[in-house]
Design a protein around this ligand. Structure first.
Ligand code: CU
Length: 284
């Protein structure tokens, strides 16, 4: 009689204290469960070996298993995904903003009535050949104004230009013609230009012309031009010029002026991006 009542008391204790009591059952209760387990065994092999059953078994308590399932959707994987998509979106919007800004700059001079930079060229190259800007249609042009007797700025800028040419070629191929236009046509004849430019890069095309042709070209590119006309042989004079690389698109329209604030790497990157934005035909 006393054994039955104590067993009943034990049962009710289990019922009242819930799962924790269930988990911390002593040797007595495991004895009670034995027949049940034996009955369950034949059904076990039907499940894929070590899949669901082992996963459930690895949790020490039901509570722990439940909390593990609950924390599932907010695991480190979900956190990482959230973070990555955030970074991705930020990157996308930044790239898109940059692209729109480049496009705005590139299209500024394309519109009707907008101030034009650049225009028709009608000059002579360093080989003595007559050249027009149409000769380079289908390619970007990188135009620089200077003079061969320039003591420091031009050599420095032409070294930079050479670096830019190689970097752009490496990333986009041979799609850009670098051009050096002299502001000192009296002294910079084709042979002088040829010899001078060979020191910097074989791709650079040197352009010269008459005083009026050069003056007109500088005016159309908005380059400050101070060279006096009618220079007598041996006369000293000052040549001044703006220090910009003018990027022109394959239709001959001005894209952007790159100044001294850009390193060759930064300039090449910007040029390559403009080339990447270009949707029209491009000569390789
Ligand atoms: Cu110079």
């Amino acid at each position: 009689m006393s054994t039955i009542s104590s067993a009943r008391l034990l049962q009710s204790t289990f019922a009242g204290s819930g799962r924790k009591a269930f988990a911390s059952r002593g040797p007595m209760s495991s004895q009670c469960l034995t027949p049940l387990r034996l009955r369950a065994i034949p059904r076990q092999p039907a499940a894929p070996a070590g899949f669901h059953s082992s996963a459930v078994r690895s949790f020490k308590t039901v509570e722990e298993a439940k909390s593990r399932y609950r924390s599932g959707p907010f695991s480190w994987k979900a956190g990482l995904l959230f973070l990555l998509s955030g970074v991705g979106l930020t990157f996308y919007f930044r790239t898109e903003k940059e692209r729109m800004e480049r496009k705005r700059i590139a299209e500024m001079s394309k519109g009707v009535g907008k101030p034009k930079v650049g225009g028709p060229l009608n000059l002579v190259d360093h080989e003595g050949k007559e050249r027009k800007d149409e000769d380079w249609r289908g390619k970007f042009m990188l135009v620089y104004f200077g003079f061969t007797r320039c003591p420091d700025i031009c050599p420095e800028e032409l070294d930079k230009m050479a670096e830019m040419i190689d970097l752009v070629k490496k990333s986009k191929g041979n799609v850009m013609t670098p051009i050096f236009i002299t502001c000192d046509p009296a002294r910079d004849t084709p042979p002088v230009m040829k010899e001078y430019l060979a020191e910097f890069h074989p791709d650079i095309v040197g352009l010269t012309g008459t005083y009026d042709q050069i003056k007109q070209t500088c005016k159309s590119y908005r380059v400050y031009f101070s060279t006096p006309p009618d220079i007598k042989p041996g006369q000293d004079y000052l040549v001044d010029h703006s220090i910009y690389f003018y990027l022109m698109d394959p239709e001959g329209d001005f894209v952007e002026a790159l100044g001294r604030q850009h390193t060759p790497e930064q300039a090449a990157k910007l040029i390559s991006k403009h080339i990447g934005d270009w949707e029209g035909p491009l000569k390789k």
